[in-house]
Design a binder for this molecule. Sequence first.
Ligand SMILES: [Zn+2]
Length: 304
Amino acid sequence: MSDKSDFKIVYSPKYEVDIGGHVFPTAKYRLIRERLLEKGGLALDDFIEPLPVTAEDLSLVHTNEYIDKIKNGTLTLQEELMLELPFSFGIRDSFLICVNGTIMASQVARRTGLGIHLGGGFHHAFPDHGEGFCIFNDVAVAAKKLILGGKKTLIIDCDLHQGNGTAAIFAGEKRVFTFSIHQLNNYPFIKPPSDMDINLEDGVSDVKYLKSLSDNLPRIFDTFRPDFVFYLAGSDPYQKDQLGGLRLTIDGFGRRDKLIFGLCATNKKPVCVVLAGGYALNLEDTIAIHYNTCMAGMKICLGR
Ligand SMILES: [Zn+2]
């Protein structure tokens, strides 16, 4: 670290794909960018657009057989049902771009201290299959590249749902520490163990959630000593989320951001934030939570 003037936010308009009347709001990426331009003081040239990921990078995590199935659109009906997304070449392309988006944001973070990807966090994807709206595991691919470059990597997964794909991919990998805080009684019902799983009962709100983070994360920084951090800033622990059963408030998310970015800044660790899930009844709330995360990261990690 760090030339902070090198900072760019990674985004592609191709993340907005028509998937019909689906709970997954693919418009959120565009709307957050618009909010950052209108209210966040950012300019058009503060954003960079990724190209699709290379086959070489993708195969660091995913099997060639699975990559071919996605590239050629030859998933079986059962595989498509497991994905819970209507497969199309548009959605395929958005995922290919998204994986490289997280790689690019991690590279920005290495140069400046902070990377923001307005996308990513598809933690339910496994090497040989996708599930739960996740085709490819962007954070796992970017983390693999980091550990191959000698960087110990901490993945802080704050999405409502447990990071089952990420946990399975990095099982036994000492150079990656996977931390997942999630609602216990929710998808995925089989949860391969992360290095640390915080299983929250239904209805947990700000105080207990934040205490679970502040009781554990500082210790992980001290003992694991990461060189790099990913933050999956899912907004689905929100009290008005359609898929979730936790009860965080918008203020609680602000404190979560402050805690995590604060730990990264204090420990001088570059952090790459990806958005992950968010299905608030009112899309406006999802946008507000993710927008606040971006602003908090820039304030705490870049001092702007
Ligand atoms: Zn989720």
